[in-house]
Structures are given as structure tokens and as C-alpha cells.
Design a protein around this ligand. Structure first.
Ligand SMILES: CC(C)(COP(=O)(O)OP(=O)(O)OC[C@H]1O[C@@H](n2cnc3c(N)ncnc32)[C@H](O)[C@@H]1OP(=O)(O)O)[C@@H](O)C(=O)NCCC(=O)NCCS
Length: 424
């Protein structure tokens, strides 16, 4: 018996770019049968974004579309609408992240989809929530990082708003959508009823910026945010949660501290070091400052607030003869939460990440071996298998036949541009 958690769940994947594909890829990794539908000829635009191997799908596409089958489907033709109808009938979940209204314009409004399959879960990502003043606007990753509050609170106080390297707008929205789908499937198990699940990218970003909204309310109520660097550096706070550089979130102040480089061109020779109140005595022991333990000018969180940079500069001075990995292990001996600023070179080649299958290598018939990120969710029983992304139209024929189309009908649909078959 298969131990895959979502074995037997059929997903109609009408997604593109990143937010939707990240969601359906995770569903596929968890064992669902995901059929990605793409426009014949062109497919998901990301197939050729920043191509690094001539003639092969880009890493953007391959890294967000593993664990899927792929078929070509032009839902603008009458036959295409018939295929989509048959797919909707047999699916537990349909996922899409087209521009607002695109599905309606195709003739597949939620009302129509429910008529075809009342038990289906229709899951969508859009830039803004339904009913929001901007609900009809198109949105990409960094736009959402800006609209959801991440950019205005990331970076340094004397620099511009900054977007994160993490895909807070796209993949994060996809992960929220995945949670919504799993909840809707559970609801369907109980009631037999399908439903529409919508996730807005702005909301998903905002959901990860909860402490920034906390700070906005504290600022409005008290005019102060004592744990921000602004306090010690005598900078104006302004009237909105400011950019705090590398400051911690409150109870566990911290900063990036420079260590010995691991090579002459190492630009990531830092650790993030936390000055957690409960670990103060251990920090004093670690950096050879036992006198700070009982000094009322240092031994409380409040006392250190106006000398945080002085404290961390001193701690940093102790790290100059150790690299970030040595400092991390040294801090761990004292139970102090601290970790290296890992470069992507280090992450890509980290034996531990390979061992725990968080970074995995898969083989692709056109591009050869490539690295992708495995499931960050580990199960005691359920198998998570990571497979390569499909070629455009690789499974068109197989899926169309399973839907009941004959060879002659498939040939006619290839001829009129409703579908396309890989390699034919
Ligand atoms: C991402 C986004 C900005 C891309 O915009 P875009 O490249 O212009 O693509 P669209 O989604 O508008 O799709 C273009 C058209 O192709 C159509 N289309 C795409 N695949 C199709 C297919 N297989 N069959 C028929 N029509 C198809 C869409 O229905 C749409 O039709 P329309 O002209 O009636 O709107 C937009 O899709 C969007 O805002 N999505 C929601 C938010 C989101 O997910 N953003 C992040 C993506 S990582």
C-alpha cells in the first residue's frame, strides 16, 4: 500500500509562474496526482525564463513543477472547453492563479464549475482579496512584498524599502493556498461539499508580518519602540513601523556579527547572534565577561537596551579568530541560539541538507541532473518522493485517452490547436 499522504487525490493544475505552481508541486510531493494544463506551443511562460541549457526547460520551471504530469490544453476552443469540463468532473481540486476574472472569461465561473462538479475545491491565488478595492489588479512577487508590508519594514532605516530573497509573495501564497486546500478537503470529507478557497498575495505577506502590525499599534499607543536600534542611535521613529536593519523581534534581540572569513572572497562571514534574556549569564561566560552577570547596568534586558550595540560589538570582537561555523558550534556549547549566514554555494553543497533530503538532485531527460528543494515537511510514515518536472505536453495523450478521447479525436484536436503532444 502506498504511504503517500495524498494518494488518490486528483488535482487539476491550471497554474503558472510561481504562486500556483509552488502549491500544486507540494500537493504532488505529498502524493496527489497533479495534471498541469498549459497552452499548446508556449506553455507556462517560465519554461523559458532565464534558460541556462539550450533547448531545455529553465530551472525556474523545473524547480516549481516537479511531481506533476503535463498536458497541453487550449481552453478557448470548444473541444478545449470539453476537455476542461471532463477534467473538472474527475478532479478533487482545481488550482488556478490567472489574472482576476480570467477563469470567468473562459466560461468557467465558480457557479459553472460547481454545476460540473459540486464536490470540487476550487483554489485560487490573486494579488488582492475579493472585495478589496484593488481586486482586479495583476500582481507579481515583489509587488506583493510591497503591498503586504514586508518591504517597508525590511532593510535599514537610512536606505530604501527592500524586498526579501525569500518568495514571500509567491511561494508563501502557494503554501497558504495548500493549507486552505487541505482544510477544504477535510471539510468535504465531513460534509460532502466542495468550496472555493481564495488566497490573496497581499494577505499572505501580511500574515507573516504580524509583529510589524503589533509594532504599529504599540507605536501609535505609546510613541515608543524601545527595542528598535532607533532608540540607542537617537534616530526618529516616524509614525509607522520603521525598518530595523537586522534587529530581532523584541524578546530575543540580536544582530549579524562578523567572523573570520572562510576564504579570501567570503562575503557571508557572519553569524546571527541572539542576546536572549534568559541566556545572558551563558553569553557572559562564553565571551569571558563574568562581571556583566551581576552588573545592574548590564544584567537585565531593560538595562542593555541603550547599550545593545556596545554589547554586540564586544561580542563580535571575540569572533575574529573563528569562522561562522566555529562560532555557531561554540555558541551551541552554551545553548545560545546562533547560526551562520549561509551562502547559496554552501546550501547547495551542504551534506546535511542532502542527507535529510531537503536539497535533492533529480535527473531530467533534456537538461540532465539539477538540484531542487525537497519537502520541508517530514513524515514518520508517509513517503515523499521528489520527481522531475514534465516536458510540455508530455502527458497530453495519456490524459486525453484516460478522459475517453479516441486517437482520431486527439489527432483532430492537435490539428486545430486544442492540444499538442510532446515530441510529435
Ligand atoms: C501572474 C500574472 C500577473 C500574469 O499575467 P499574464 O501573463 O498577463 O497572464 P494572465 O493570467 O492574464 O493570462 C493571460 C490570458 O491567457 C489565458 N490563458 C492562459 N492559459 C490558458 C489556457 N491554457 N487556455 C486558455 N486560456 C489561457 C488566461 O485566461 C488569460 O486570458 P484573458 O486574456 O481573458 O485574461 C496574472 O496571472 C496574475 O495577476 N495572477 C494572479 C496573481 C498571481 O498569482 N501572481 C503571481 C504569479 S507568481
Amino acid at each position: 500500500m502506498s504511504t503517500k499522504a495524498l494518494e488518490g487525490i486528483k488535482v487539476l493544475d491550471f497554474t503558472h509562474v510561481q504562486a500556483g505552481p509552488a502549491c500544486t508541486q507540494l500537493l504532488g510531493q505529498l502524493g496527489a496526482d497533479v495534471i498541469k494544463c498549459e497552452m499548446p506551443g508556449s506553455g507556462d511562460a517560465t519554461r523559458d525564463w532565464l534558460r541556462d541549457v539550450e533547448g531545455a526547460d529553465s530551472l525556474y520551471f523545473t524547480m516549481f513543477n516537479g511531481n506533476k504530469r503535463a498536458m497541453c490544453l487550449n481552453a478557448r476552443t470548444a473541444e478545449g472547453k470539453d476537455i476542461l469540463t471532463r477534467l473538472i468532473k474527475q478532479s478533487d481540486v482545481m488550482v488556478e492563479n490567472f489574472a482576476p476574472g480570467a477563469l470567468d472569461r473562459m466560461g468557467f465561473s465558480w457557479e459553472n464549475i460547481q454545476k460540473i462538479n459540486p464536490g470540487i475545491v476550487l483554489a485560487s491565488v490573486k494579488g488582492y482579496a475579493e472585495g478589496h478595492a484593488n481586486e482586479s489588479f495583476k500582481v507579481y512577487e515583489n509587488v506583493a512584498q510591497c503591498t503586504g508590508g514586508a518591504a517597508s519594514t525590511t532593510g535599514f532605516w537610512d536606505g530604501p524599502p527592500t524586498v526579501s530573497g525569500a518568495a514571500l509573495g509567491d511561494s508563501n501564497s502557494g503554501m497558504h493556498l495548500c493549507i486552505g486546500i487541505l482544510a477544504a478537503l477535510q471539510y468535504k470529507n465531513r460534509t460532502g461539499r466542495g468550496q472555493k478557497v481564495n488566497v490573496a498575495m497581499q494577505d499572505s505577506v501580511l500574515n507573516l508580518c504580524r509583529v510589524k502590525l503589533r509594532d504599529q499599534q504599540r507605536l501609535e499607543r505609546t510613541g515608543k519602540l524601545d527595542e528598535y536600534p532607533h532608540n540607542e542611535l537617537k534616530l526618529p521613529l516616524g509614525d509607522s513601523t520603521p525598518r530595523g536593519g537586522n534587529a530581532g523581534g523584541g524578546g530575543q534581540p540580536g544582530w549579524v556579527l562578523k567572523c573570520k572569513p572562510t576564504s579570501p572572497d567570503d562575503t557571508n562571514n557572519y553569524v546571527y547572534f541572539t542576546v536572549q534574556a534568559s541566556a545572558w549569564a551563558k553569553i557572559c561566560d562564553m565571551v569571558d565577561k563574568p562581571e556583566w552577570k551581576d552588573d545592574p547596568n548590564y544584567n537585565t534586558f531593560e538595562a542593555r537596551r541603550d547599550k545593545f550595540f556596545q554589547v554586540i560589538k564586544y561580542i563580535e570582537s571575540k569572533f575574529q579568530d573563528k569562522d561562522k561555523h566555529e562560532v555557531t558550534r561554540w555558541a551551541a556549547e552554551y545553548d545560545i541560539p546562533c547560526g551562520p549566514v549561509n551562502s547559496f554555494k554552501e546550501l547547495a553543497h551542504d551534506p546535511s541538507l542532502r542527507k535529510v533530503k531537503t536539497i535533492v538532485e533529480v535527473d531530467h531527460p533534456v537538461r540532465g541532473k539539477y538540484l531542487t528543494i525537497g519537502s520541508p515537511i517530514k513524515f514518520s510514515e508517509s513517503e515523499v518522493e521528489i520527481t522531475r518536472s514534465p516536458m510540455l505536453g508530455e502527458h497530453s495523450e495519456e490524459v486525453l485517452k484516460s478522459l475517453g478521447y479516441s486517437d482520431a479525436e486527439i489527432a483532430a484536436m492537435v490539428a486545430n490547436g486544442t492540444t499538442a503532444l510532446y515530441g510529435k
